[in-house]
Design a protein around this ligand. Structure first.
Ligand SMILES: [Zn+2]
Length: 634
């Protein structure tokens, strides 16, 4: 038998204890450490899945049954399984963690001999976390030594007293090559563990040395409070390293996910439905101490998509409840770039993103020091929507006293307004932009519309010129026929109250493109557009009613694609659109009918001939009426 197997057997937890852990584990509490959960009715809870990226919650928890299940990715199980998947713990580690939480004393299966029982095997993550916990204590103790005086002075100079330093676990990496390394080696951590953890690194000589030396240390915790890395600030002039040094990428430290302060801030973020993103460790401390408890900071990297995913799960950001993200910036250039990037990163986030720029270009830490706690709270309170901020930033680059400057500013700003997915807000921003530029609303509106349709702002005649094709082949997506079908479906999805009755009156047979036919059928299967009140629920109903994935995907697309009309749609627009749709269909049927009539002998098949001829006459009449209706508003 292999030694590992012996150890594993000896470390085996008794079955009845595992059953007890399973029964007593409060699964909602365990999962709430990572995911903000809200009531899903019937005593169940739901949140955004930590195992796949999603924007509306499909991750369900049943506290009564002590299980979780995600309808999005199919992951499910009990609390033990959750910890194994979410925190990459082994089975034994998960059971031990849960037992500790629930106050259950575990008993291990022991062999008969009275040999000392080996410690249960620990997984890598737990070892690396344990090494960090020991390092925190080491650095902390060093902060009181004589050599750490510059570190204490730095903290005091930033307005942080001893209690604040203790609350955030601040420490000092002493002047020495391998003081921490030796300390941790004595505690039983291996050479490899210290290197993997990023706490030590091999020197040229081959021996192990400390990664951080002569620096002020901030422990960086994950969302559950485990220390997974450090941020280290330079204190001495002869230290030629960067101002801030962070733990490198390790199995437990991924800088694209890490948010400093999230462990302390998460409950307030969930409660208040907002988060304040600041730039540094001292800013997080200053904000929390100034009673802005929702502050977090990225560590040595720009705010990105993975951070959004982490925050979204805490904010419970979905269609049902919008979360607010507030970025604070002290300067101009770097912060603005980060803010403007939000436009590219995630469209649905734009409407919920705010910018708070300190008037004197001070960061929250400096602001608190110079003007007190109230000024920090005021900075956050005076936030402005990202869109306003971005527009101002673009417009300010041009000389609005000249015609050329105003036109150029309009061209650059129009795409930003066109990107606002919240269609109700768009006219408001068109007016605002026109006002800021000192221009009429009309040209600004045209520029925004052109930008929304991916046309250059100057071009006015980029209408599609693809030939209309008939027959069973699907028309190209940008053919006029296909475009009008899309428009009709967009009206049904986006404006069912306005367009419902007219939309429902036109049959699926009048649509040509197979995917459009499928979406039209799904609208009918969802009960028709006439009774719908619109919004996310209606879109979901139609999506659910779709027979295939292509149609489902198209519903999502059409639900957000801007309508091809300046301003808000009205009944006339709906009528024109539906008439154009039917007219295409009717003229196609007329052509088919004429061809069929030509092939019939009017003498031998007199009855059929007259029946078809009568149908042709009524269709032509119908087509004339539709053409008039279609021309009505154009
Ligand atoms: Zn999932």
């Amino acid at each position: 038998m292999y030694a590992e197997e012996v150890a594993a057997m000896a470390g085996r937890i008794r079955d009845e204890d595992i059953a007890l852990v399973r029964e007593r584990a409060a699964i909602a509490d365990v999962i709430s450490e990572v995911v903000t959960l809200k009531s899903a009715g019937g005593g169940n809870l739901k949140g955004l899945c930590p195992f796949h990226d999603e924007k509306s919650p499909s991750f369900n928890v049943s506290p009564a049954r002590n299980v979780f299940y995600c309808f999005g990715c199919g992951v499910g199980g009990d609390a033990i399984k959750f910890l194994m998947d979410a925190e990459h713990l082994s089975f034994v580690e998960s059971v031990e963690r849960l037992a500790a939480r629930a106050g259950i004393q575990l008993r291990y299966v022991e062999d008969d001999r009275s040999a000392p029982r080996p410690r249960p095997q620990q997984g890598q993550r737990q070892r690396l976390v344990a090494a960090h916990a020991a390092a925190v204590e080491f650095y902390r103790a060093q902060l009181t030594t004589a050599g750490a005086r510059p570190a204490r002075e730095f903290l005091a100079g930033r307005g942080f007293d001893r209690a604040a330093a203790e609350r955030y676990g601040c420490g000092f990496a002493p002047d020495g090559w391998d003081l921490l390394t030796k300390h941790l080696r004595q505690q039983g951590f291996s050479h490899d563990e210290l290197v993997t953890a990023g706490l030590s690194r091999p020197a040229r000589s081959g021996s192990l040395i400390d990664r951080f030396r002569r620096r002020l240390m901030w422990p960086i915790r994950d969302i559950t409070g485990d220390v997974i890395g450090f941020g280290a600030r330079k204190l001495f002039d002869d230290d030629d390293g960067p101002k801030y040094l962070n733990t490198p990428e390790t199995p437990i430290y991924k800088k694209s996910h890490v948010l400093y302060g999230i462990d302390q801030a998460k409950r307030e973020i969930a409660k208040q439905g907002k988060v304040v993103v600041v730039e540094g460790y001292t800013d997080v401390m200053a904000c929390h101490l100034a009673d802005v408890p929702t502050a977090v900071a990225t560590c040595g990297t720009a705010f990105g998509g993975d951070h959004i995913s982490v925050l979204r799960r805490v904010l419970f950001d979905s269609d049902e409840r919008a979360g607010e993200i507030i970025f604070t910036f002290d300067g101009d250039a770097a912060g603005q770039k980060a803010a403007l990037r939000a436009f590219e990163d995630d469209q649905r986030f734009v409407g919920r993103t705010f910018i708070a720029v300190s008037p004197d270009n001070m960061d929250p830490c400096e602001l608190r020091l110079a003007k007190g706690d109230l000024a920090v709270r005021d900075l956050v309170a005076r936030r402005e929507p990202l869109v306003d901020f971005a527009l101002r930033h673009v417009i300010n680059r041009f000389d609005l006293d000249t015609v050329d400057g105003r036109v150029e500013a309009m061209r650059r700003a129009a795409p930003l307004v066109a990107k606002i997915k919240d269609r109700e807000k768009r006219p408001e921003y068109v007016r605002k932009l026109a006002g800021d530029l000192g221009m009429e609303i009309e040209p600004v509106q045209r520029a925004v519309l052109a930008a929304a349709h991916g046309q250059p702002a100057a071009g006015g005649s980029a209408s599609a010129s693809a030939p209309t094709r008939r027959g069973p082949a699907a028309p190209s997506v940008d053919s006029p026929r296909s475009m009008v079908e899309r428009e009709a479906l967009k009206l049904a999805l986006q404006e069912p109250v306005l367009a419902g009755p007219m939309f429902d009156a036109v049959e699926a047979a009048d649509y040509q493109h197979p995917v459009h036919v499928a979406v039209r059928a799904a609208v009918a299967a969802a009960g028709g557009a006439s009774g719908a009140t619109g919004g996310a629920v209606w879109i979901e109903q139609v999506r659910d009613a779709c027979d295939d994935l292509a149609a489902q995907a198209l519903v999502g697309e059409l639900a957000v694609e801007p309508l091809r009309i300046d301003g808000e749609p009205d009944p006339r627009y709906v009528s024109v659109t539906m008439a154009r749709l039917q007219w295409s269909s009717v003229t196609g049927r007329i052509r088919d009918l004429k061809s069929k009539i030509q092939r019939i002998n009017p003498v031998s098949n007199k009855d059929e001939y007259f029946a078809l001829f009568g149908e042709l006459l009524s269709l032509e009449q119908h087509a004339r009426a539709l053409r008039e209706q279609a021309a009505g508003g154009l």
